[in-house]
Write a new protein. Structure first.
Length: 66
């Protein structure tokens, strides 16, 4: 199973590098949802919505206390 994950991760990392200009560290720091959002077409109705200002503020507050 780990070989399947490694193969998939290598493909997704390469895709993120080519399409988004991400370096490996940026890829590994992103969540799957962030990667999906970054790769989705802007007009795709199935694309996840970006976080609201309130959600971003909550995340920043939470991270400030960790």
């Amino acid at each position: 199973m780990s070989a399947m994950f490694a193969d998939a991760a290598a493909r997704w990392c390469a895709l993120a590098a080519r399409l988004l200009g991400w370096r490996p560290g940026e890829f590994w720091q992103a969540t799957p949802a962030e990667l999906a959002m970054a790769l989705a077409a802007p007009d795709d109705p199935a694309a996840p919505l970006p976080p609201s200002r309130e959600a971003i503020a909550r995340m920043m507050e939470r991270d400030a206390h960790e």
